[in-house]
Design a protein around this ligand. Structure first.
Ligand code: PLP
Length: 441
């Protein structure tokens, strides 16, 4: 039986049509919006993207973690079309609608909160983070926010202040918001270790900010943009008890770790931790802009009436997409699939690490995995140029890969969790050949 391959390359990349569009872009699109991959999308389906020149690629970038349920899933497309035909906007805080309430009910039913919990919806991840801080500040009547080195929380003023990668996100874009304090994240590869990071947390109460002024600690259970580094169990336990002792709201930023990526619905489930608030976005709505804060009801009820909102928050079309995403997750068992994918990916990556000295580390939870490239395994000097070379070689073979990490030297997996075994095998073969070609150069 002939094997159908997903990848089809018909032209150089970009081809003539793609090149022409990219040239037009140079003239009219603002300079900072530089695409990481020179692929101009025409159509998407499942785990593939077809460009305007008819080349089809397997997509391991997943729109940066947005497409856990796959590109253009027919059930999600249908839900969007049906809701768009019914109504597209009223502003929930002017004229409410059921789909908002229904998504809140369904998400809370699969959330890690053990007691009464509530939800609020927004558009982007950055809004969820900023609003989580609002809820925490209103509840505690305190102002300070503690966040972490290597963290990424968005690009609006408060969330950008909390974001920790300087270039290109922050340099030249200050001044930043006050009352944001940054502590070391436990890093199993480069340090600090768990003990050291916990000591820094305790020490900060003397040297950085008094506990009675801290409204919340915001942590990604596994760093996303910062390099796919999961926190250790002991650190998460220590942080939970630190917040309990000092009446601080613990916010888990699950914008990238959420929706099954780590092999559990939420990354906090790996740690058995109940956060006080949780931010969600990205894969929540299959590609439409939607985010949310979920949390303990007493905290979610703390701001005054009208203290949280926005014209577009909780758009009904995006909410309908999110309900369809939850259906797809249940019907296709995507959380379990993420765990399986993770096993396959990790085994393959560890094999590569055994062959290629430049792969210093393989890490992550479930299918949220990355390799970290170094010039030397002993010094661990980051090799961002090698990561770029591997990504270029993969592109030439029809696989779309994405960097991560404060040093830009990690390559991460954010493929749709709906990917078939055949597409997965094809993608991993292309990746392996890309490693061989990049390291041979
Ligand atoms: N929080 C985390 C953990 C993220 O990874 C991101 C985006 O990558 C954000 C927040 C910001 O989300 P958005 O880009 O939708 O504003």
């Amino acid at each position: 039986m002939a094997v159908t391959r997903a990848i089809t390359l018909k032209t150089e990349i970009p081809g003539p049509r793609g090149r022409a569009i990219l040239e037009r872009k140079e003239r009219v699109v603002a300079g900072p919006l530089v695409p990481q991959l020179p692929v101009v999308a025409a159509e998407t389906s499942g785990s593939t993207i077809t460009d305007v020149d008819g080349n089809t690629f397997i997509d391991f970038t997943g729109g940066v973690g947005v497409l856990n349920a796959g590109h253009s899933h027919p059930q999600i497309v249908q839900a969007v079309q049906e809701q768009a035909a019914r109504f597209m906007h009223t502003d929930f805080t002017v004229i409410p609608y059921e789909v908002y309430v229904e998504l809140a009910e369904r998400l809370l039913a699969v959330s890690p909160f053990r007691g009464p919990a509530k939800a609020a919806f927004f558009n982007a991840g950055t809004e969820a983070v900023e609003n989580a801080v609002k809820f925490a500040r209103s509840y505690t009547r305190r102002t300070a926010v503690v966040c972490f080195e290597g963290g990424f929380h968005g690009r609006t003023l408060l969330s950008l202040t909390m974001t920790s990668k300087v270039h290109p996100y922050k340099a030249g874009l200050g001044p930043f918001a006050p009352e944001v304090y940054r502590l070391p994240y436990p890093d199993s590869y480069r340090g600090p270790g768990t003990r050291e990071a916990l000591d820094a947390l305790e020490r900060s109460l003397t040297t950085v900010v008094p506990p009675e002024e801290i409204a919340c600690v915001v942590i990604e259970p596994q760093l996303g943009e910062g390099g796919f580094m999961p926190a250790s169990q002991d650190y998460m336990d220590g942080l939970r008890s630190f917040c309990d002792r000092h009446g601080i709201v613990l916010v888990a930023d699950e914008v990238q770790t959420g929706f099954g990526r780590t092999g559990r619905m939420w990354a906090v489930e790996h740690y058995g931790i109940e956060p006080d608030l949780m931010t969600v976005a990205k894969s929540i709505a299959g590609g439409l802009p939607l985010s949310g804060v979920l949390g303990k009801a007493e905290i979610m009820d703390a701001p005054a009436e009208g203290g949280v909102g926005g014209t577009y928050v909780g758009n009904p079309v995006a909410l309908a997409a999110a309900l369809a995403v939850l259906d797809v997750f249940e019907e296709e068992g995507l959380v379990e699939r993420a765990a399986e994918l993770g096993d396959t990916l990790r085994a393959r990556m560890l094999g590569w690490q055994g062959r290629f000295a430049a792969i210093g580390d393989v890490r992550g939870l479930g299918a949220m995995l990355a390799i970290e490239l170094v010039r030397d395994r002993d010094t661990k000097e980051p090799a961002p140029e090698l990561a770029s070379a591997v990504i270029d070689q993969a592109l030439a073979r029809g696989l779309l890969l994405l960097k991560a990490g404060v040093h830009g030297n990690c390559i991460r997996v954010l493929c749709p969790l709906t990917i078939s075994e055949a597409d997965l095998a094809e993608a991993l073969d292309a990746w392996e050949q890309a490693l061989e070609a990049a390291f041979a150069a």
